[in-house]
Every structure is written in C-alpha cells, then in structure tokens.
Write a protein that binds this ligand. Structure first.
Ligand code: PEP
Ligand code: MN
Length: 667
C-alpha cells in the first residue's frame, strides 16, 4: 500500500500517519518520489483505506496490485523526468546517448565524442569496465578509461554514462561519472543495485537478457528503495529462440512499461540486434513505439574496435539516424533534445593585441576572456536585423552574418555568438512564424531583450537601372508583403524571394543586372553601392518590425546570461508558449488566470503543433507587474492548467514601444 502525503504536511501530522500504520502492524518505508513524499506500507492487517485517507496531511492512498511500488504508475501518475547534468530524459523529449562500446584510448573516445556530439547526441556512453562473455576478451581500460571519458565529455559539454560492475567500484567511480549503467548481466545483482541506488546518482538500468518485465521493474524498485530518484529503464533485447539477430528487440515492452511505470524508457538497438545494418531500422521503430531516447554504439573505425565493432555505427550512419529521428519525433508528439555545446572563442580582426574591443568592454568576451564573441543576425550586411543589432549592442560590436534564422539559433547555442537578433513580427505583415517555431526546436535558447525598428523600404537597383527597365524584383517575402500596394502598380514584375533583403541587394551587385531591383533598406543600398530608385514604398509609413534578442541558457531550465549592454533594469515583459487540453473552456481558464492576476496580455498567437494535426500551441506575451511575486504565482498557476508550458524568457521591453528607424535616423 502506498500513502502519498500532502506537500507541506506538518511533522506532527506525519507522525500521526506513522502511528496509525504501526498500530495496525504495518512496516513503513519512507521515500521521496519526484516532488512527493511517500510512505510504502507492507502488512497483512485489514485496514480501511478511507479511514487512512481522511487523516490530516494524507493526499492519497492506493492499494498497489504490483510487487513494485515506487516504480509503479499507480503510485505516481505523471512521467518522471530524469536529470543528468544539463540533460533531461523523459516527458516530451527524445534524448540521445551515443559513443563506443568500450573506451579504447584517449584519442578514440575524444574523436568519437566529437563526432556524436556534432550529430546531436547529448550524453556520451562508453564502457571502462567491460563484463565480457569470454574471460579472454578485452576487459576495458578501467579507471584510466573513465578518466579519458570524463575529459571527452567535458570537452564536448556532454555528461557521461558508464557501466559499473561491482559495489566497490561504484564508490571509486562516483565522482567521475554522471550516470551509472547497470548492465544486462548485472540486472539482478541485488547487492550492486543497493549500493548504486544508495549513491543517489542517476542510473541507466538495462533489462536482463532473460528478465521478465516484472523482474526488470523489481530491479528498478531496488534502486529507488535504496535512495536514488533517477532511474531510466533500457530495453536492449532479450534471448529468444531466434538466432539471426544477437537478441530479439522487445518493442512491445516499451508501451507496456510506459503504462506500468512512470520511469523513462530508452532503447539500445545496438545490443538488441547486434548487426550494424539493422541498428537504425530498430532504432526508428523504438522511437515510433514511444521510447524516450536511445543509446547507440558508434565507432569512428568499427573494423578496428576492440569490442562490438560489427554492431557499431559509422559516425555518418549515426548522423543520418539523428536526422531521421528529428523527422520522426513530431509524429509521436516529441522533440529531439538539443543541449548547448561549450563555447569556442573565435578571433576577430580589427583590433591590436591587448586592446579591448567594445564587446569585450561590455563583458561579452569569448572563452578565456580573450576574443570578443560576435552577435549573430540572419542575412548579409545591410539587413534590417543588422541595423537592429547595432541599435541594441552598439555599432562597433562584432557581428556574425548567418545564412538563415536557424543558423542564428545554432550559432548562439553552440557558442560561436554570444547573442542573436531575429525578427518575430511586423506591424503590417504579421508574424515571422519560422522564428516562433525555432524556439521550440531550441529549448536552451531564451529571449533576453526586444527592440522595435521602423522599417523604411526602398526599391534599389543598379546605377543604370530605371523604373521601366525593371523586370524582376527580389526581396524577403516580408518585404513584398510590406510593400504590397506599391507592387500592385507594377503587375508585370516578377517577384523572387530571397533569404533576407540585403541578400537581394547583394545579388544585383554580383550579377550586374539592370533588369533586377531589390526591396530593402537604404543602408543595404549604401553598403553595396547601389542606387535608390524609390524610397518609402512600404504600404503604410507606420511600419515596424519587432526583433528579439536571444541568448542561451547555461543549463537546462536556467536563466540565460544577459549581455550587459542590454542594461540591468528588471524585466517588464515575458513570452511563453503552451498548449491546453482539448476541452471546452481550457484556453479561457488560462486567460482568466492572467486576468485575475492583473497581468496584461499584449499578444496571443496560435501555431499548429507539428505532427499533431488540428492541435495548437499558444504564444503569449505578457507584462510583468512591478511586484514580481504576483507574476511568479500566476505562472505557477498557469502551469497547472496547461500541457506543454515553456517560459521563453523575461526581458526589458522599451517603454511605450520606443522605436528606432531602419533608415538610420532615430525617431
Ligand atoms: C553496453 O551497453 O556496453 C553493454 C555491455 O550492454 P548490455 O549490458 O546490454 O549487454
Ligand atoms: Mn557493447
């Protein structure tokens, strides 16, 4: 029987519950599970559950029908999210673990870590102690291997998971590994489970080759009962009469275990099938069946591997698998988890050694405080985003021109830029949905500031171009949308979309075309030495674009580092995104919470949820009242009413929409 105590129960009430159970001959085990405090009670005496349920401080009483209690969904209905350093496993994410079967040398683990990280793996795997079927096979490098692995994980910003084979080693390994792996052969080594569980670190528990699901969950119970809260189950194939594959991947175990237990379930397709060419199909099947992630063996040169070479993927195959998983994830309502990579300082020219650049003076230095990191924007020099960037960070700030909005997010996440500037909304043409959607793909990117820029469009052409020589006009689709009335006067012009307005201008210079014009800002014309044929062609002069300044969070769920030049005034605006249950009034209930909390709503926009036709996410901008406590409480309440709540960031919005002019003049 499980007794779930109310959060905030008093010591006195807790003692009364204990006495109630002890008086009736029950043995009690006290346990913390997720946010909940739980009493597991075993005994034979008949007890009226309703009577127990009425005691002060008792939230819920459940008579469990399973031999395992702490691992059971009857005890905890919501999914457990396991945290391993900056990585979360479970919920709506797919977390990918990859690396070699065994650590073979410092170079091998460093190289493999870099390759799998580049493809998007978030945890590094590798065995330092290898339990091998044959006593003559390579047994691993031991503690030396673990040191190499830790260094490789640190270099790539990845926590590590490695197998522990004995209780004595568990203690020695504790400070070197982020997660312990209990191998299939040791799933029922109960002394090992008890020792590892007592260390309180996250554990990856492989299913034994001949273990039933119940035995597997009982092993998880051992870990939970010994003290750890973070257990991830791993299906890795079981022994059947079939011999073609190394084991038989029990795909059905995934939905079965997810129904029986709240613990995350991942799959190891490598040991399950044992044949390289069959690993990726099995991996995709596991994701489709609801796995929360995978652990995959990858080796830069599988033919030279000291163990499990035939089942190890080449890095290129792993890269392909990651792309396939990214495409498949939305079908099962999930997203591939990405985490920040360590910053790489990049040298920028234009200053003498020792001299501090403007960005550095603002504290935006790169690794080791040496090179200032640039701020990223999408497009070529002269793009409106670059104007916004200079307005926010100063004209001398080093800038990184990225090929797309996605590339801006990637540069910020990977640390090649300290911040990025992306447009999200135009007052004439509406939202730039691509950037809203990117926030979902990059959960470690947060909004740290906003800026509104007045946009004055010009028709720009070559020195020899005239209005009547023009046949083609290039711009970003937003440029066309904002100048619709003007363009309607020239129906014969062919419109060609470009990634950004400045790229449209640059293309004229490259091609020397007199038939082609571009719609862009005056700054782009100046930078590229072209002529303005018409200025102020936007449909309405009150044309503004709202840009967001983005930075990365330094750890999952943590606040991002705000570039000091954005000032230190407290935030007055926040952006969030959430979905609501598909029931009458659920969105209304959320808006009511905001209204009753006195929180002003400045924007509400719905976007389709990828992979879930006719379901929507709501993007919301709200004001933050000066008394911050109210806001935090309202957010907490909102979380309880929403389904996939994400806080995109709290930031300082210029009062009264202080607007800067894209034509270079301050208004
Ligand atoms: C491993 O993951 O390296 C391993 C030995 O797996 P298993 O315990 O599942 O055989
Ligand atoms: Mn292996």
């Amino acid at each position: 029987m499980i007794v779930v105590l109310s959060r905030g129960i008093s010591e006195h009430d807790k003692e009364m519950v204990r006495i109630f159970l002890k008086d009736r001959g029950f043995k009690i085990r006290e346990q913390i599970l997720g946010e909940d405090e739980i009493l597991g009670a075993t005994g034979k005496a008949p007890v009226d559950l309703r009577e127990l349920g009425l005691l002060p401080g008792v939230e819920r009483v459940a008579a469990t029908s399973n031999p395992y209690e702490l691992a059971s969904r009857e005890t905890k209905s919501e999914d457990t999210i396991v945290t391993v350093g900056p990585v979360k496993i479970g919920g709506s994410r797919i977390s990918m673990i990859a690396g070699p079967c065994a650590v073979e040398s410092r170079e091998q683990i460093m190289e493999t870590a870099a390759r799998v990280r580049e493809s998007g793996a978030v945890i590094l795997r590798g065995g330092a102690f290898k339990p091998r079927t044959s006593p003559y096979a390579f047994q691993g490098l031991g503690m030396e291997g673990l040191e190499y692995m830790k260094a490789a994980g640190e270099a790539q910003g990845m926590p590590i998971v490695t197998e522990v084979v004995s209780p004595e080693l568990a203690l020695q390994m504790k400070d070197l590994t982020d997660m312990f792996q209990i191998g299939a052969r040791n799933m029922q080594n109960f002394e090992l489970l008890k020792k590892v569980g007592s260390l309180g670190k996250p554990v990856l528990l492989k299913r034994g080759p001949s273990a039933t699901i119940e035995e597997w969950l009982l092993s998880a119970e051992y870990l939970l009962a010994s003290g750890t809260r973070d257990v991830v189950l791993c299906e890795r194939g079981i022994r059947t009469f079939e011999t073609y594959t190394r084991n038989t991947l029990d795909i059905s175990a995934i939905p079965v275990v997810k129904a029986l237990s709240h613990l995350p379930v991942i799959v190891d397709p490598s040991h399950a099938v044992g044949i390289r060419a069959k690993v990726s199909p099995a991996a995709l099947a596991a994701i489709a069946a609801g796995a929360d992630g995978l652990t995959v063996e990858v080796h830069p040169r599988p033919d030279e591997a000291l163990s499990d070479g035939p089942q190890s993927l080449y890095p290129e195959q792993f890269e392909r698998l990651m792309r396939d998983i990214e495409a498949l994830a939305p079908v099962v309502g999930k997203e591939l988890l990405r985490t920040p990579r360590p910053r790489i300082g990049i040298a920028l020219g234009g200053k003498s050694p020792g001299e501090k650049g403007p960005a550095e003076k603002r504290g935006l230095a790169g690794a080791g405080g040496s090179a200032p990191l640039p701020v990223a924007f999408s497009g070529e020099s002269g793009a409106f985003a670059e104007q916004a960037l200079m307005r926010a960070f100063g004209e001398e700030t080093p800038r990184l021109s990225a090929a797309s909005f996605g590339a801006v997010f990637t540069a910020v996440l990977e640390g090649t830029a300290c911040a990025g500037v992306v447009p999200v909304e135009n007052s004439l043409a509406g939202s730039i949905h691509e950037n809203y959607d990117l926030f979902l793909r990059f959960p470690d990117i947060a909004i740290v500031g906003e800026l509104k820029l007045r946009i004055v469009h010009c028709l720009i052409g070559d020195e020899k171009a005239e209005m009547d020589t023009i046949k083609i006009v290039r711009s970003h689709p937003q440029g066309f949308a904002q100048c619709r009335d003007f363009l309607e006067k020239y129906p014969a012009w062919q419109l060609e979309a470009c990634n950004d307005t400045a790229t449209a201008v640059a293309s004229i210079v490259r091609e020397g075309a007199t038939k082609v014009a571009a719609i862009a800002g005056e700054a782009a014309a100046k930078i590229h030495g072209l002529k303005v044929l018409r200025a102020g062609i936007e449909t309405n002069p009150l044309n503004y674009t709202r840009f967001l300044i983005i930075a990365r969070r330094e750890g999952a769920g943590e606040a991002p580092q705000v570039p000091p030049s954005l000032g230190s005034e407290p935030p007055n605006k926040a952006s969030l995104v959430f979905s609501v249950p598909d029931t009458p009034g659920s969105l209304f209930a959320c808006l009511k919470i905001l209204s009753e909390g006195g929180i002003n709503l400045s924007k509400l926009e719905s976007r389709p949820i990828q992979g879930q036709p006719w379901r929507y996410l709501f993007y919301v901008d709200v004001s933050i009242p000066e008394s911050g406590g109210v806001f935090d409480r309202v957010m907490e309440e909102l979380k309880t009413r929403t389904e996939d709540f994400r806080f995109l960031g709290a930031y300082r919005a210029p009062e009264g929409g202080s607007l800067a002019s894209g034509a270079g003049k301050q208004t």
